[in-house]
Design a protein. Sequence first.
Length: 105
Amino acid sequence: MMKEKKINISKEFTEFPWARFIKDWPNSWEKFYNTFLSNLDIDELDKIEINLDWTYWYPSSFLSEAFNRFYKEYWEKWWRKITFISEEDPSLIPFINHLVNRNEK
């Protein structure tokens, strides 16, 4: 049986993700990372689905810091398991890939 973790940012975290650090904004990438991503048991999951819809806006700092940090720490186990979902703004998905992959060069 496939083990899957679904994270809906707007429902489980906030409709207003913002800023890099908790000291700058309570709903920062740092809080999202610490609350959702750093606690995932990567070895036990087959798929991680992150729904990006129904938030007000995503600053690039939030997307870059949250997913880039996770990418750096768990590249081998994580990147092939993750699926981003966004029906509202599908351009977010290639943008996240761009933010993450620019560090590979």
